[in-house]
Design a protein around this ligand. Structure first.
Ligand code: XMP
Length: 326
């Protein structure tokens, strides 16, 4: 089957090989080939959007080896990231010259009034690109590198979700070249490359985190109040579920419902807890967490975040659900 690419930049059509199984990859060979390809494709200076996830981190390390300081890694602090994440990423990648751009207000303004999930992805994707373009202009580069992997392309180009680093790219961009050296890899192959590159475990084994971040973990409009709530709840879920080694575990904000706190009736936030096992994110199962863990998560979230009235656990597999709520 051939899926034609929807984007207008140079992208080969995706060929779904029958049973494209996790390939038995020669990691060292992949690294050498990727470095050679980057040297061939990047002529001048390049920007990479480094989010701290395993994909963009591997891509940045390969590119750094390939073109040294012709690469400028840019971390856009969108305000949609998890608790303490931005400072940690800045610390981890300062040695390869990471540039951190604070863009909290810009993302919040752009997302004002946006409730449709795909529109959110487009808005976030476009805002990221505009920030990258500004940084590229500063350094005189016209090449954007991205850590896009195979399932991102399948889901975006197959019309499931416009992953913001693929289908969510604006149709008009200043970048002349887009280089995506990981485009044919599955997540567990990227992790193998990360280990071979000696990236710290907190990166190589990091849970996947969506590019649009907490924006797709808030059902409906994104506001700074909702971001604060979902960020705190997410930190509690990650902390409590980490030991069960989930593919992903997180909190999402669904809306409001009635509850009682002390003797007072409250109308507070409903937080959904999601913890899934998966092999490649194309399908997923809700994890059977111990009841005791679920109860602790519920009492910590309602106890530590005063505006939350209710906590629910999502039992839906993918399909028919998706991993993220939006
Ligand atoms: P879904 O929700 O489609 O997610 O089942 C599959 C995997 O992709 C991640 N995800 C995204 N990653 N940009 C990304 O970079 C996105 O817009 C996006 N949406 C979902 C999700 O966290 C899961 O790992």
């Amino acid at each position: 089957m051939i899926l034609a690419g929807k984007n207008n930049h140079n992208r080969k059509p995706i060929i779904l090989k029958a049973g494209h199984a996790i390939m038995a990859m020669n990691v060292q060979r992949f690294i050498e080939d990727a470095i050679e390809e980057i040297r061939r494709d990047v002529k001048g200076r390049a920007i990479i959007g480094l989010s701290g996830g395993v994909d963009s981190s591997v891509c940045a390390m390969l590119a750094h080896r390939a073109i040294g300081d012709r690469l400028v890694p840019v971390y856009v602090d969108s305000g949609l990231m998890r608790q303490f994440e931005s400072d940690r990423i800045e610390q981890l990648f300062k040695d390869i010259g990471l540039v951190r751009v604070n863009a909290h207000d810009r993302f919040l303004d752009a997302l004002k009034g946006v409730t449709d999930p795909e529109e959110k992805r487009m808005v976030v994707g476009e805002t990221f690109i505009r920030v990258f373009e500004e940084e590229a202009r500063k350094i005189g580069g016209d090449c954007l590198m991205q850590g896009t992997i195979y399932p991102d392309r399948i889901e975006s180009e197959g019309g499931i979700k416009a992953h913001h680093n693929v289908g969510g790219l604006p149709s008009c961009m200043e970048f002349q070249t887009i280089v995506e050296p990981l485009r044919d890899l599955y997540k567990d192959e990227v992790r193998e490359v990360a280990r071979a590159l000696n990236l710290p475990q907190e990166i190589s084994e990091r849970m996947p985190y969506p590019g649009p971040g907490l924006a797709v973990r808030i059902v409906g409009e994104v506001t700074s109040e909702k971001l604060d709530v979902v960020r705190k709840a997410n930190a509690i879920v990650e902390e409590e579920v980490e030991k069960f080694n989930p593919w992903q575990a997180f909190a999402a904000l669904l809306g409001k419902a009635t509850g009682v706190k002390g003797d007072i009736r409250v109308y507070g936030w409903v937080v959904a807890v999601r913890s899934v096992s998966s092999r490649d994110a194309m399908t997923a199962d809700a994890m059977e967490l111990p009841w005791e863990t679920l109860r602790r998560i519920s009492s910590r979230i309602t106890g530590e975040i005063s505006t939350v009235a209710r906590v629910v656990y999502d039992l839906t597999p993918k399909p028919p659900g998706t991993i993220e709520f939006e």
